[in-house]
Design a protein around this ligand. Structure first.
Ligand code: URP
Ligand code: ZN
Ligand code: ZN
Ligand code: ZN
Length: 463
């Protein structure tokens, strides 16, 4: 299986240059001008287009059992939707129930993910603490290619990690050369605010953002960063949604602390007016945590990406259909939290980032792929167009446009938070492990073709 991508401009995080890209099997085998290819090679004409590393979505939830239901996209439909949008690797989450063995949960998720059409890898959540969790973390890092652990500081009475769990798990992660990540929201405060709102009879989706104001997120971000600082661990904050959280990251980084931040495509372009719509189904469709915020937070998030204090872009793809969201019709705390976007992230970030001059094409590659590969130790296998890297490639038409709609999307759930948005900058071809899986609007995803990507621990640096 040989493919040559001819005549495009290769964009890596460090530079852009004119070159052909030759792929053989699942790898890139040559990058250069005027490359020869065997007569049987598939030829992709990329003239006038960019040739970029496939996107890495650092945050998805396919087939997640959550809040009494299961997300609409499974690992096949979710990864296939990603491929259609130029995302070739997803980082999903194993989320054990409290008291459940991490290893058992990990194997369950690995089983579900076998049907993936694109590559995948897992963060494992630490939702409780015991000696067995300490042991399981070791096994996961040593034997199962896991190098990141997730901590939900919210979702009280469910998967919330208390401070003891954070401290013990961060300490263990440091010992193992793994990176702790956090969902930063103070779960006690959220719970209290939710009960207050319900007592006052405020039960609709407009109560959702009121129960999770920026201060609630900032408190948790500051706490996680402080714990990481005392223990000497790096920390990665998922779905940073507000200026106050970003400030915590920026301050810590300015003092030399290794803190990373993730922005969601949705938080970058959607504001909190969605919760006040008289169309309650529409408002419920936007319920996710942290919630969409006021416009000045979006401006801050873009500044974070431009200034290097936010490093990755993701989606938190976690789709529920209208019937599932209706479980919270009388009580906003019962609306399953989550929105989609895996199919749209690359175009949304390109359109709103590169299209407005906020990001260069190389900076786009950095925040959609390369930084993720480096932070989570998949680089240079992922996140780079170079000899020896995986042939996960997106051929990108910067002039092409698409109007996003649930009616035409590949993802399930029948809803799209970017509905009606016309984006300029679209994938014309996606290659995953050397296979053409998307071409000019046609999805050729193959169930089960995706591979688990092992991510080794970060070894201590020795001279
Ligand atoms: O609302 C969200 N984000 N749902 C998915 C779980 C999480 O908090 O990431
Ligand atoms: Zn979260
Ligand atoms: Zn999430
Ligand atoms: Zn349904």
């Amino acid at each position: 299986m040989t493919t040559i991508i001819r005549g495009g401009t290769v964009v890596n995080a460090d530079r852009a240059f004119r070159a052909d890209v030759l792929c053989f099997g699942d790898k890139i085998v040559a990058v250069g001008e005027g490359l020869e290819a065997p007569p049987h090679a598939t030829v992709i004409d990329a003239s006038g287009q960019y040739v970029m590393p496939g996107g890495i979505d650092t945050h998805t939830h396919m087939q997640l059992p959550f809040m009494g239901t299961v997300t609409a996209d499974d690992f096949f439909t979710g990864t296939a939707a990603g491929l259609a949008g130029g995302t070739t690797t997803i980082m999903d989450f194993v989320i054990p129930d409290p008291k459940q063995s991490l290893l058992e949960a990990y194997h369950t998720w690995r089983g579900w993910a076998k049907k993936s059409a694109g590559d995948y890898t897992f963060h494992v959540a630490v939702t409780w603490w015991a000696d067995s969790v300490h042991a399981d973390m070791g096994t996961l890092v040593r034997d199962h290619g896991v190098n990141s652990f997730k901590h939900f500081m919210a979702y009280k009475n469910a998967i919330m990690a208390d401070d003891e769990t954070l401290v013990k798990s961060f300490t263990r992660a440091l010992e193992l050369g793994a990176i702790p990540t956090v969902h930063a929201e103070n779960g006690e405060l959220v719970f209290q605010l939710q009960q207050d709102l319900l007592r006052k009879g405020i039960t609709g989706p407009s109560a959702h953002p009121l129960s999770r104001p920026p201060e609630v997120e900032a408190e948790a971000a500051n706490r996680a960063i402080a714990i990481a600082n005392v223990l000497g661990t790096p920390v990665y904050i998922v779905h940073v949604s507000c200026a106050e959280s970003l400030d915590a990251i920026t301050r810590a980084r300015a003092k030399g602390q290794r803190v990373y931040g993730e922005a969601l495509a949705g938080h970058l372009v959607i504001d909190d007016s969605v919760y006040y719509s008289s169309d309650l189904e529409f408002a419920r469709g936007h319920v996710m945590s942290p919630p969409f915020r006021g416009k000045h937070h979006q401006a801050a998030l873009w500044q974070g990406l431009q200034g290097g204090n936010l490093h990755t872009t993701a989606t938190d793809h976690c789709t529920f259909c209208a019937e599932q969201k209706a479980a919270g019709a009388d009580n906003f705390t019962k609306i399953p939290n989550g929105c989609g976007g895996v199919e749209d992230r690359m175009s949304v970030v390109w359109d709103a980032g590169v299209g407005t001059g906020k990001l260069t094409p190389s900076e786009f590659v950095r925040v959609t792929s390369t930084n993720a590969a480096q932070i989570f130790n998949m680089y240079p296998r992922k996140g780079l167009i170079a000899v020896g890297a995986d042939a996960d490639i997106v051929v990108w038409d910067p002039q092409g446009t698409r109007t996003i709609s649930a009616k035409t999307q590949f993802a399930k759930g029948g809803f799209n938070v970017f509905e009606g948005r016309t984006v300029q900058g679209i994938p014309t071809t996606t290659l995953s492990a050397g296979n053409v899986v998307f071409s000019k609007g046609e999805l050729r995803a193959v169930e089960g073709a995706g591979r688990h990507i092992d991510r080794p621990a970060f070894a201590p640096v020795t001279a």
